[in-house]
Design a protein around this ligand. Structure first.
Ligand code: DGI
Ligand code: FE
Ligand code: FE
Ligand code: FE
Length: 187
């Protein structure tokens, strides 16, 4: 799909702030794809659509997870996790995106998963470091991303888990599994 058409579709789904975030993720993902040798067009499409379902009603996302037989344990964790798998489903259904790699990059952009593909890593990281992000530790991850994709990704996943734990929030097991998988591969 042409970039302009894809952007027009997501603009209708997002607030202006979330749309600006999406543009940042797109630029960052394309640049990471160039740097690390991923498909730039797939990175562009996955980035544009990654938060497509961010503002869907919780009940709609819950029904998608139930009906599509997505991991049911998601329903026991924070609803913020749901827009990623629900988004992968809705982007195929409503925007006609069929590329499995692109859909998986959307599906796993919030929790990650063990054995992430290059494209999945790029979208997770771009979502974390795009220029509109301003949380503690983001500059360190931006610097790491210039040197080593996996090292940067570990730092991003670790920061996310620590952030949740500091607030005494439950952590979805796949986030821990992602962290463990990345660290064990580094050893
Ligand atoms: O949609 P974005 O805000 O761009 O970013 P995101 O999809 O990466 O994350 C959305 C939210 O999900 C963020 O506030 C942190 C939260 N989150 C990420 N991993 C986990 C999580 N929440 C829980 N409960 N458990 C997790 O493992
Ligand atoms: Fe998201
Ligand atoms: Fe993220
Ligand atoms: Fe995002």
């Amino acid at each position: 799909m042409e970039r302009e058409q894809a952007l027009k579709i997501v603009k209708g789904q997002l607030t202006d702030h979330r749309y600006q975030h999406t543009l940042g993720v797109m630029e960052t993902a394309i640049s990471l794809a160039k740097q690390y040798g991923a498909d730039e067009k797939k990175a562009e499409t996955a980035a544009i659509f990654h938060d497509y379902a961010k503002f869907r009603p919780k009940d709609e996302m819950r029904q998608i997870i139930l009906n599509q037989n997505f991991p049911q344990d998601l329903l026991h964790y924070h609803a913020e996790l749901w827009h990623a798998p629900a988004g992968a489903y809705l982007v195929e259904l409503e925007a006609g995106i069929k590329d499995k790699e692109v859909l998986d990059a959307i599906r796993y952009h919030t929790s990650g998963r063990p054995g992430m593909t290059l494209l999945e890593k790029i979208i997770y990281l771009a979502d974390y470091i795009e220029p509109g992000r301003h949380f503690p530790g983001v500059d360190e991850v931006r610097a790491l991303a210039k040197e080593n994709l996996n090292t940067a990704l570990i730092q991003a996943v670790k920061n996310t888990i620590l952030f949740l734990m500091k607030k005494n929030q439950p952590v979805y097991p796949d986030s821990f599994k992602t962290y463990n998988d990345l660290v064990m591969r580094q050893e």
